[in-house]
Design a protein around this ligand. Structure first.
Ligand code: ZN
Length: 457
């Protein structure tokens, strides 16, 4: 299998992995849980889940890490405004997001590190950079010295000239940096902000150092795939390379930098108004997980996907077409469906930089052949098994949404019962969590004086 590496701008073979254990180490930058996740976050999750599922199917061992940035300016600002602790706000949004991922049929990462749980490791990392001459304390902050890393090397991932980057760098008057390009590794505590003790006084880590530290803690000094949206190339991933390679002295930090194109909403203006309105819950309710996944993977991950109701309706119809072919009753007459060649086409496409549009074309051709054979009484069972297998590699369940919730009905009843007991015991937070997670799965609870009923949205 080959994947496009942003740093070298070439296709690179995924195998063999950098580790002697043969495990593909994959770190994907996760969300900052300051508000509810939106459709753009779903796209990102689906892209990397598709890769993860494909590696699982090919029996290529993979360790998939996705972090939560649970310290951040926006989180602090919002928690102060709402009057709830930052940790509580982050926890609430993280649980909601995890429920949404489950509803999107995204496999859980093997680990979800959080910044607040690796502060000592971050402090050690920064100390190491200072000792090696790549960082310096200044007025309670600590900054990374970009010049020490080398101008050319620093600008390589973003393919930008360092003078151009320097000219565009904004300097906050409160920051005492030697060079406008230097960036904060540690920020001195300000009033009203959560802070941790450090050799440089109380403060909190900068954003970029967090991912370097979490990747080091969970996967080691070198990894195979570092993933994220294209918007993270500069400065976030540029700074991650500078930090980690300076600290470990072992380039490359990541063998393959894999970046997905972002969800587009037409014009820039629309992106601001609609982008935040299209919630994952709402899209799941209207189209279902299979359609949302199809909407995303109909484009190659490096090509932008543009949001439109028509595109989502088309994806819904496509999901229905696959589901129909997977469940249509055939006959007993021998049918000649070359489902093994469909499997070969699928594999070849996925090996080719995760070319999901071509992989899907193989599936739709197979679905057409199944429908034709079934119509003339052919035995389609084996071909249907292949269709279901390959669909599941793409995370498609091919189940009608109703069938799933009917099977789940006794379990939903049980959760509603437990929630009633929690409410009686005034355990509001837990009770709300049950309601929110069911909502993310498309189950709406209605409370009334007579008790709680539920319905599928
Ligand atoms: Zn990151």
């Amino acid at each position: 299998m080959q994947l496009t590496d942003t740093l070298s701008n070439t296709r690179k073979p995924l195998l063999p992995p950098v580790g002697e254990d043969g495990v593909v180490r994959m770190y994907v930058c996760g969300i900052t849980p300051y508000s509810e996740a939106h459709l753009g976050h779903a796209l990102h999750a689906i892209v990397f889940d598709t890769l993860r599922r494909y590696l699982d199917w090919r029996r290529i061992p993979v360790r998939h890490i996705q972090n939560f940035t649970d310290i951040d300016d926006k989180l602090i600002e919002r928690s102060n405004r709402l009057g709830i602790p930052m940790s509580e706000l982050a926890e609430h949004n993280i649980q909601h997001y995890l429920a949404q991922l489950a509803a999107l049929n995204v496999l859980p990462a093997h680990e979800y590190p959080r910044v607040t749980r690796v502060i000592p490791e971050i402090v050690r990392f920064i100390q190491g950079l200072i000792e090696k001459g790549f960082a310096y304390p200044s007025g309670g902050d600590v900054y990374y010295r970009v010049r020490a890393f080398g101008a050319e090397r620093y600008g390589a991932l973003a393919r930008r000239d360092i003078d151009e980057l320097r000219a565009g760098a904004r300097v906050d008057p409160s920051e005492q940096k030697d060079d406008p390009l230097d960036f904060a590794l540690w920020k001195a505590a300000r009033p009203g902000e959560p802070s941790w003790e450090s050799p440089w006084g109380p403060g909190r880590p900068g954003w970029h150092i967090e991912c370097s530290a979490m990747a080091l803690v969970t996967l080691g000094e070198q990894i195979d795939i570092h993933g994220g949206g294209m918007d993270l190339i500069f400065p976030h991933h540029t700074n991650e390379i500078a930090q980690t390679e300076a600290y470990t002295g072992k380039p490359p930090f990541a063998r393959i930098w894999m970046h997905n194109a972002l969800l587009q909403f037409g014009s820039e203006k629309m992106s601001k108004s609609i982008g935040n309105l299209v919630s994952i819950d709402e899209a799941l309710q209207r189209y279902g997980a299979d359609a949302l996944r199809l909407f995303v993977i109909t484009s190659h991950y490096r090509s932008p996907v543009t949001y439109s109701e028509e595109a989502l309706e088309a994806a819904k119809a496509g999901a229905e077409r696959l589901r129909h072919a997977a469940t249509i009753a055939g006959g007993t007459a021998p049918a000649h469906i070359d489902h093994e060649s469909a499997r070969a086409r699928f594999t070849e496409a996925m090996d080719d930089d995760l070319n999901t549009p071509r992989a899907l074309a193989a599936l739709f051709d197979l679905a057409r052949d199944i429908n034709r054979a079934a119509a003339s009484g052919g035995d389609v069972a084996a071909a249907q098994a292949t269709l279901r297998e390959l669909s599941s590699v793409l995370g498609l369940t091919l189940q009608a949404p109703q069938a799933r919730s009917l099977a789940a009905a006794p379990f939903i009843d049980l959760l509603v019962e437990i929630r009633a007991e929690l409410r009686a015991a005034r355990q509001w937070a837990l009770a709300d969590r049950i309601r929110d997670r069911l909502a993310a799965l498309g189950i709406e609870l209605q409370d009334s004086p007579d008790g709680t009923t539920w319905s599928e949205r």
